[in-house]
Design a protein around this ligand. Structure first.
Ligand code: RB5
Length: 146
């Protein structure tokens, strides 16, 4: 796994994104921040697409994204073929998002998660491997056939 993590948020996720940066630095990761850069109201798709496109280009392998509920930014990310983005609010779900879903982006709900839970989710998301096996066939069947 690439040790550089892509980050994206809207205004509602910006404060938690700043905390995530601190935790990543402490844990020896680097990051690329695709914005937003303040709590001024903005539209989450712009930042979600920027993160997703960097992963699609192969520049990054993992991302963390945050909006108020997590839903809008998660919906946007999952429109990209290369993205499996999972909404996580507790470490058990972050672990399963990696073990079963091989999620390459974790989304958190900035307005509905404590710092403590968010940190546990980040640590878990970055350290948990995909189990493969029966889960691989399920993941392979996710894309809409064109
Ligand atoms: C912003 O008010 C809020 O709508 C946004 O952060 C997110 O929750 C959307 O899904």
């Amino acid at each position: 796994m690439n040790k550089t993590i892509g980050l994206a948020s809207d205004h509602a996720g910006y404060p938690l994104k700043e905390e995530v940066k601190m935790w990543l630095k402490e844990a020896g990761y680097e990051f690329v921040d695709f914005g937003t850069n303040s709590t001024e109201s903005c539209n989450y798709p712009e930042f979600a697409h920027a993160l997703a496109e960097a992963i699609e280009r192969g520049e990054l392998t993992r991302g963390i994204a945050i909006c108020g509920t997590g839903n809008g930014i998660n919906m946007t990310l999952n429109h990209h073929d290369a993205i499996r983005s999972a909404l996580c609010w507790m470490p058990e779900i972050a672990a399963l998002a990696r073990q079963h879903n091989d999620a390459n982006v974790m989304v958190m709900p900035g307005r509905f998660i404590s710092s403590e839970s968010a940190k546990e989710c980040v640590d878990t998301f970055l350290s948990t491997p995909f189990e493969g096996g029966r889960h691989q066939a399920r993941i392979d069947a996710i894309p809409v056939k064109k």
